[in-house]
Design a protein around this ligand. Structure first.
Ligand code: FAD
Length: 551
């Protein structure tokens, strides 16, 4: 914890030194004494402290200063640190004016110069100031601070990014007093949000996720130019491959465009993963897997989007969105699937402003006491319903099919049935989302053609997924939905894929490009489960070894 600050401002260097000396002598162990030579300098110091999340216990300002009077300074200082206690230092001749100022800027005390002996004249006043400050209590904020608008998609995306990367942060509304103070300290207006302030006090106005990742200490650049194994995607398949690859001595780097964990990281409770009889949250599983991979020496890069894959002789090179590249002997495609968009008027415009893809756990507190709607009838929708039932007044599953049994596991249907505030509305499709600044209502149509508009503040969408493989070069063969074909599926009437140069068939998880493998949900025909993704990630590593031994 940083020590709270006692700030003194005086334009006379001798007085400034003397008061700082006296304050340090008595309070130096518990408080950091900061001195400034003018009001503007002191305001700069206060702005820096505000951004760093520091605390200011008391401010002692000279009354008569040339560039900015003590009264004017304290007035502005109060805007930044309203809880700091305040005293004016005055010469005898200024006493009347100083007393009058007490009413204007709510000064706690005025102190006459000189204050000798401090034991009698200075310390009793400062003791009273710090006691009053301590009694009011002011927490130190050491984590990342995010200032944004509650119903803004970029502000939501930033919170989601930090939460999914398990970076602790504190959220401030741009129109909350403390949010305004932070914007003011950073010299920014509301149009600069989201404003992200790092723990060392660096303000970032509307930054990209890659900028934030770098600023909060997540690795974003590869340490080497060349690896044995380059994994694209940090879901269970990619993390599984990183653990096995690195633990078996392969120089391994994993590249993730958002946050490790993938879809599994968004699951509120995974109940069917081996070894967790009481279930495990996606967050916990991800954190353990990430630490395990790092322990074995795998490099994990976050907020890096891979946009191209090229074959260069025996090397496989990938390009990032910013144009930089890294290469390896082998590549594992573990890019999973992304949510399928809900195609109804208004949905795209309100995404991040009441409409969310996935369970958006950061929204849970905002759902307290509200009606929540979840679109979808598969396990992911069911898990979300269980999760939000703990926060919302009422959760309604909007299911296109005529029954949940078609798409949801039996155990989840039973769990939902036992929850008094969860309802399933089958045979229903969402036909529109409405709202000005944020989602206010949705339109639905039932199987018999009845249309209805429902008041809704939160709509969570789980309607299936598609593989994000559009960026892959055409040599990597995919099926008509975009899933990557591997192994025996690549053989057509016993013939190897066009361009295949090796005197053997592709290995089980190998794509139509030798040395490029695919595992998990992105692979055509894979079982879409956490355990199978992890298993395929591990199996891909053994095939990588086989490939490296024979080429
Ligand atoms: C809410 C929810 C709950 C679920 N619950 C369960 C459950 O209880 N039990 C179960 O067995 N299964 C469950 N599943 C399914 C399971 O999570 C998936 O099968 C599993 O996560 C697939 O893992 P994966 O690694 O193949 O892909 P994903 O988990 O989809 O991970 C792929 C990763 O690749 C990244 N990526 C994509 N493209 C790029 C690119 N170009 N550059 C860099 N990175 C990229 C993505 O950002 C993502 O992080 C659930 C899924 C969801 C959505």
């Amino acid at each position: 914890m940083g020590r709270p600050v006692l700030l003194t401002v005086d334009d006379d260097p001798a007085v400034s030194r003397a008061i700082a000396r006296d304050l340090r002598r008595r309070y130096g162990e518990e408080y950091q004494v900061v001195r400034a030579a003018s009001g503007p300098d002191a305001l700069d110091a206060l702005r820096e402290l505000k951004l760093r999340g520091g605390r200011v216990a008391a401010i002692l300002a000279d009354y008569r200063m040339p560039r900015m009077s003590g009264v004017d300074f304290l007035e502005q200082a109060m805007d930044l640190f309203p809880r700091a206690r305040r005293a004016l230092l005055t010469a005898y001749s200024d006493t009347d004016a100083a007393i009058a100022a007490i009413n204007v800027v709510d000064v706690d005390y005025y102190l006459l110069k000189p204050w000798e002996p401090p034991e009698e004249k200075l310390y009793p006043v400062v003791d009273a100031l710090v006691e009053a400050w301590q009694a009011a209590g002011e927490p130190e904020v050491t984590e990342v601070k995010v200032v944004g608008h509650r119903w803004s998609a970029p502000s939501y995306a930033m919170r989601d990014f930090l939460a999914r990367n398990q970076v602790p942060y504190r959220w401030y509304g741009a129109d909350d007093p403390e949010g305004r103070r932070l914007l003011d300290a950073a010299g920014m207006g509301e149009d600069a949000v989201p404003l992200v302030v790092t723990p060392d006090g660096t303000p970032l106005a509307a930054p990209t996720t890659a900028q934030v990742a770098g600023a909060v200490g997540l690795a974003t650049a590869p340490a080497a130019d060349f690896y044995d194994l380059l994994i694209i995607g940090g879901g269970p398949a990619g993390l599984g491959a990183a653990v096995y690859g690195a633990s078996e001595g392969l120089r391994t780097v994993l590249v993730e465009r958002l946050a490790v964990g993938g879809q599994a990281g968004q699951s509120s409770r995974i109940e069917n993963y081996l070894g967790f009889p009481d279930g495990v949250s996606g967050d916990q599983l991800t954190d353990r897997a990430r630490r395990q991979a790092a322990k074995f020496g795998a490099e994990i890069l976050s907020a890096r989007d891979v946009t191209d894959l090229q074959v260069r002789g025996s090397a496989r090179a990938i390009r990032f969105a910013d144009g930089s590249e890294v290469a390896a002997h082998t590549v594992l495609l573990a890019t999973g699937v992304s949510y399928r968009p809900l195609d109804a008027p208004g949905v795209a415009e309100l995404t991040g402003r009441g409409v969310y893809y996935g369970s958006a756990a950061t929204e849970a507190p905002a759902c307290a006491g509200e009606d929540v709607y979840i679109v979808g009838g598969a396990n992911s929708a069911g898990q979300a319903a269980v999760f939000f039932s703990r926060h919302a007044a009422r959760v309604t599953l909007l299911v296109r099919g005529d029954s949940l049994a078609r798409s949801m596991s039996h155990y989840l249907i039973e769990q939902l049935a036992a929850l008094p505030n969860v309802y399933a509305r089958t045979g229903t499709v969402v036909t529109g989302a409405h709202g000005d600044q944020r989602l206010e209502a949705i339109s639905v149509r039932d199987a018999d053609g009845t249309c209805e508009t429902l008041k809704a503040g939160h709509l969570f969408v789980f309607i299936g997924a598609q593989p994000p493989t559009g960026w892959l070069c055409p040599q990597v063969r995919r099926d008509e939905q975009g899933f990557v074909c591997t192994g025996a599926d690549l053989l057509v009437e016993g013939h190897r894929p066009p361009g295949w140069t090796l005197p053997r068939d592709p290995y089980h998880l190998e794509t139509s490009v030798p040395g490029v493998f695919a595992a998990g949900d992105v692979r055509a025909g894979s079982v879409k489960r956490v355990a199978s993704a992890v298993g395929e990630g591990a199996m891909a590593v053994s095939l990588v070894h086989r490939y490296l031994e024979t080429t």
